[in-house]
Ligand binder design. Structure first.
Ligand SMILES: Cc1cc2nc3c(=O)[nH]c(=O)nc-3n(C[C@H](O)[C@H](O)[C@H](O)COP(=O)(O)O)c2cc1C
Length: 172
């Protein structure tokens, strides 16, 4: 079942004391969602489980950030980053995500866990400007060309700060 929400300007600000958790298999198919994630996203458990995690993708998010997310996980590192999600009712919510991998005893990848929490509003301001710039670059060129240009922009910001992405995102 595919749900398609129309984005609205209604924001849900996450409570300070809540963590939104979901787990996926190795392909990004949702296998678990905690009650807070269900509540904020507006889906029931049966609507969410078995769906790709991009069911909550917001069109304002630059594609390059998701490429970075998957490359980071595939390189056996944990991903930290800011993401804007789309709820079923069209509202949006920003969060800081920590995504980690789980392995079996014989080192087979079992899946991933994302723990999302309320972002620092001052940092979010910077991220919102950065992401809208990256999105605009992506939208100016078709297909992967736009994403490469957005990657170039992101890399140039990181280089000017002499930071890798991990350090950048944790210290802005
Ligand atoms: C554990 C885990 C949690 C994820 N959580 C989100 C999320 O909350 N929002 C989101 O847009 N993408 C999330 N993703 C990334 C999605 O799998 C997907 O790459 C992204 O939504 C972009 O989708 P698209 O490439 O189809 O546009 C998550 C991935 C993993 C592995």
């Amino acid at each position: 079942m595919k749900y398609k929400s129309t984005p609205t300007q209604l924001e849900q600000v996450l409570p300070e004391d809540k963590i939104l958790v979901s787990k996926t298999d190795s392909k990004g198919i949702i296998t678990y969602a905690n009650p807070v994630f269900l509540d904020i996203s507006g889906y029931t458990e049966s609507q969410l489980l078995g769906q790709p995690q991009n069911i909550v993708r917001h069109p304002d998010m630059p594609r390059v950030i998701f490429r970075l997310l998957w490359e980071t996980l595939q390189n056996n590192r944990e991903f930290n980053g800011y993401i804007k999600n789309l709820a079923k009712d069209g509202s949006y919510y920003w969060f800081f995500a920590n995504i980690t991998s789980s392995f079996s005893a014989d080192n087979k990848l079992l899946g991933y866990t994302s723990a999302r929490r309320k972002p620092d509003p001052d940092k979010l301001n910077y991220i919102q400007n950065l992401y809208s710039e990256l999105l605009e670059i992506e939208q100016q060129s078709p297909d992967d060309d736009g994403m490469e240009k957005a990657q170039y922009k992101l890399d140039s910001i990181l280089n000017s700060r002499e930071k890798g992405y991990d350090e950048f995102v944790l210290t802005i």
